[in-house]
Design a protein around this ligand. Structure first.
Ligand code: S3P
Length: 434
């Protein structure tokens, strides 16, 4: 399994701020995480990456300490990576120099006002298009003061941006979240020696003198495992082992949802890797039925909802997803894109303002592209078509799994977008179906 994307980003950002060299094993060498590394290089940080397999690498990053970053000579372009953009905005807000942050066309359409608001309250000057809500953002940082900030939207990126700015602030910084979001930043900061405590719904950080470098292995990415989990449970004759997958409770919503749908997933013995709980997952063909989900279960599975929609397409009965309006501001409007693309494959899906409803096609079926036990089984109402993820990596991979399970041929138009989070995806996919 490739390393977790969220954790890989954070090891690079925090490793750059440590006193000494950080070693990261199973760093995810995908386009998004490379955007983070390139941004750190632009700020004067040296690093070396040794790739062992597509997307799986060892990273060595020479930390410059909390006060060692240097003013970039040019605009920093974080390309498609929202995590890089938002977390880096927090770090840049704390620097005594000027920087400009931009991204690709997709990222320039995504909301950044959510980080501009708290970082401005801390004393940084940020301005951008559309009332300071869109990239490019111009950031003049330094002289921050700690704040108490309650997140209006549950977002780990915003929480992390504020905590990272808090590293450079005077006084303590407290972030309160309405629902618990992924806590990888907090875990890493603690490992590096920062004084960070949970206080009810709040996370309280005291600005540290310095951060110790990391020696860390990144757990497998459950958001990547999601595609294989869905492929196995929705296929009539499949079994897949997924070793050392991160099972941080803020990330395991999909496991809970698939289990509610009737999926057979064995979660092996839990152990700790890189300060995170991990387990080996074993998953097999299952008779799935529809479910209704919302609230914290949706928050804990937000990135996996496109894959979950594919499982729902092959389940018996109706699946309803609510409280997922954040899907509309991901790499694409994932509610609209899922609806239009799954419809092309014959899936009965209805768009809702905050989610979607799928009438599942029923019992297990497999597609024309896939042989099971030597015999080609005929499929049902989900049929191959020409589809596109519109440059959205998670949509593309979800559509690939749908195409694998559908009857007939599916053509995916933007296959290269998988490199954003999973450069080895097509190779693994080919290995599975041969
Ligand atoms: C991420 C947080 C989530 C998630 C994204 C990665 C992170 O976004 O969807 O893919 O690494 O912090 P939000 O913070 O916008 O909820």
């Amino acid at each position: 399994m490739p390393g977790d994307k969220s954790i890989s980003h954070r090891t690079a950002l925090l490793g750059a701020l440590a006193e000494g060299t950080t070693h990261v094993h199973r760093f995810l060498a995908s386009d998004d995480c490379l955007a983070t590394l390139d941004a750190m290089r632009a700020l004067g940080v040296n690093w070396r990456l040794q790739e062992e397999a597509p997307g799986i690498a060892t990273l060595e990053i020479d930390g410059v300490g909390l006060h060692g970053l240097t003013e970039p000579g040019n605009v920093i372009d974080v390309r498609n990576s929202g995590t890089t953009g938002r977390l880096l905005a927090g770090i840049l807000a704390g620097q005594p120099f000027h920087s400009v942050l931009t991204g690709d066309e997709m990222l320039r359409a995504r909301p950044f006002g959510r980080v501009v608001t708290p970082l401005s309250q801390m004393g940084a000057r940020l301005s951008g298009r559309q009332n300071d809500s869109l990239l490019p953002l111009s950031i003049s940082g330094g002289s921050l003061r700690g704040i108490r900030y309650r997140l209006p939207v549950a977002s780990a990126q915003v929480k992390s941006a504020v905590l990272l700015a808090g590293l450079f602030a005077e006084g303590e910084t407290v972030v309160e979240e309405p629902l618990a979001t992924r806590d990888h930043t907090e875990r890493l900061l603690r490992t590096m020696g920062a004084d960070l405590k949970r206080e009810g719904p709040g996370i309280k950080l005291q600005p540290p003198e310095g951060l110790a470098p990391l020696e860390i292995e990144v757990p497998g990415d459950i958001s990547t495992a999601a595609f294989w989990l869905v492929a196995a449970v929705a296929h009539p004759d499949a079994e897949i082992d997924l070793p050392m997958v991160g099972i941080n409770p803020t990330r395991t919503g999909l496991l809970d949802i698939l289990s509610m749908m009737g999926a057979e997933i064995d979660i092996g013995e839990q152990r700790m890797v890189g300060g995170e709980p991990v387990a080996d997952l074993h998953v097999r063909s299952s008779a799935l039925h529809g479910v209704e989900i919302g609230g914290e279960l949706v928050l804990r599975s937000m990135d996996e909802l496109p894959a979950m929609a594919v499982a729902a397409s092959f389940a018996q009965g109706r699946t309803v997803v609510r409280d997922a309006e954040e899907l509309r501001v991901k790499e694409t409007d994932r509610i609209a894109a899922l609806t239009s693309q799954l419809r092309k494959l014959g899936v009965a899906i209805e768009e809702q303002p905050d989610g979607f409803i799928i009438e599942g096609g029923g019992a297990l079926r497999s597609g024309g592209a896939l042989r099971s036990g030597g015999a080609l089984r005929s499929g049902g109402s989900v049929t191959g078509a020409k589809v596109s993820g519109g440059g959205d990596h998670r949509l593309t991979m979800s559509l690939a799994i749908a195409g694998l399970l559908a009857e007939g041929e599916t053509v995916i138009e933007d296959e290269e977008s998988v490199d954003i989070s999973y450069p080895g995806f097509w190779e693994e996919f080919g290995g599975l179906v041969s």
